[in-house]
Design a protein around this ligand. Structure first.
Ligand code: SR1
Ligand code: MG
Length: 414
């Protein structure tokens, strides 16, 4: 094949790239010449191509040196793909059934080649289409328990964990996006914010001025900025999940960084709450929406149970090492620590979920569950209900001590 200019939107350039990497070329063999290469992504930062031949298929992700949603106006180094590839590798070691196989990462071309999952759907879209995913809560709670426990000080020795913390601390650019879009703009005010006005104006004013809410959001931001409890996916929303009724895969790990465990769990269930509030406009029955709340409860209880089991049987790390707490008194003390730790994770999960709901309704990056409801008169009351719930959680004086308190906050919105 002749050399072609390095234009990633040119199918011949990608074909040449595949041909040049033996590990990729052998997947297609002779069928590469006639493979169809099509851009299929709708993400905010990157491009995703499907390469499909008569014999094989593959997903190719390209991170350009700008943010896709800015149309090229906001520069961004392609380093994000390096963090994505590394996180996929680490998460696959801990949760192999839920992370797609990566075939190759090429930093020079800024290309990540991985298994194309088919007929899996992006969860956000599948939910809008009316699909139900009965195994999702079980799968995702396994993923969360395995990856969050497995990268914590309960499982890793400092000599293993500290270099990883240092490595992912350099994911500065994408952490900055989270700090700005998730914690700052929606709550402090920004020209980039975007909400249904005038219907949500009062919510916006409350979220930006109520002292209890401001304090809670800032505490959660501080936890995200300072804590290194576990390696987070960092952007674990329903657009980062590809699934069928039988299988669940997580991808798009470019925001990976160490942080509080509740960030991943909260972001995920925050997006399920968004679906809960929006899906009636997409024809979902009350029973189906209630099923999402059941899923949220099952995700937490499944995580708590699986994390506890790992904590009991696999404490090989630098903190609360099993060998130091073998005696009866030690085991009681360690157990009470675990309960307090999980209580903190739950309360922070609730807070991060509420923050995610708010920023997806009034901030810059929205969700299609709401944005596809074109009639503002129909959309606004549903968005207002989501914000009412988020305000109730963020304004609470007492911590959330039971996942049912969180789902009740959604059910109790008038
Ligand atoms: C500029 S990126 C906007 C949002 O999309 C990503 O999926 C993250 O959630 C980010 O906040
Ligand atoms: Mg993404």
């Amino acid at each position: 094949m002749p050399d072609v200019p390095a234009d990633h939107s040119n199918p011949d350039y990608l074909r040449q790239h595949i041909a040049d990497q033996a590990v990729l070329a052998q997947i297609f063999g002779d069928s590469l010449e006639t493979a169809e290469i099509r851009e299929i992504g709708d993400g905010n930062l990157n491009y995703i191509y499907r390469v499909q031949s008569s014999d094989a298929q593959m997903a190719i992700k390209h991170a350009p040196n700008f943010s896709r949603m800015s149309g090229g106006a906001r520069a961004l180094t392609p380093d994000r793909l390096k963090f994505e590839a590394r996180a996929l590798q680490l998460f696959r070691e801990l949760a192999p059934e839920h992370i797609p196989e990566v075939y190759d990462y090429n930093s020079e071309a800024s290309i990540l080649a991985m298994r194309f999952l088919s007929p899996h759907k992006i969860m956000r879209k599948g939910l809008i289409e009316g699909n139900v995913y009965p195994l999702f809560a079980d799968h995702i709670s396994t993923y969360l328990a395995n990856t969050l426990f497995g990268t914590s000080d309960y499982a890793m020795l400092p000599a293993q964990k500290r270099p990883l913390v240092a490595e992912f601390a350099l994911n500065v650019e994408l952490c900055e996006i989270t700090e700005r879009l998730v914690f700052n703009q929606a709550f402090a005010g920004s020209q980039d914010n975007n909400w249904t006005t005038p219907q949500l104006d009062k919510h916006v004013t409350r979220l930006q001025t109520d002292p209890a809410i401001r304090l809670r959001v800032e505490q959660l931001k501080l936890a995200f900025l300072t804590r290194t409890d576990a390696l987070l996916h960092g952007d674990l929303h329903s657009g980062s999940v590809l699934l069928t009724q039988d299988e669940t895969y997580l991808f798009d790990t470019e925001f990976a960084t160490f942080g509080p465990m509740g960030f991943d769990i909260g972001m995920l269930i925050g997006n399920l709450f968004l679906a809960y509030f929006a899906l009636p406009a997409h024809g979902a029955s009350a029973a189906r929406c209630d099923g999402l709340l059941d899923d949220i409860e099952s995700i937490w209880t499944g995580f708590e149970r699986k994390f506890t089991a790992l904590w009991q049987d696999n404490r090989t790390g630098g903190a609360f090492s099993a060998t130091r707490f073998e005696d009866a008194a030690g085991s009681v003390a360690a157990r009470s620590h675990l309960q307090a730790y999980l209580a903190q994770v739950l309360n922070e999960t609730a807070g991060f979920a509420a923050v995610e709901i708010v920023r997806r309704v009034i901030g810059r990056a929205h969700v299609i569950e709401f944005d596809s409801i074109e009639d503002a008169k129909r959309r606004a009351p549903l968005e207002a209900a989501a914000l009412d719930m988020a305000c109730a959680i963020l304004g609470r004086a007492a911590p959330v001590t039971d996942i049912a308190q969180l789902t009740a906050a959604a059910r109790n919105v008038p």
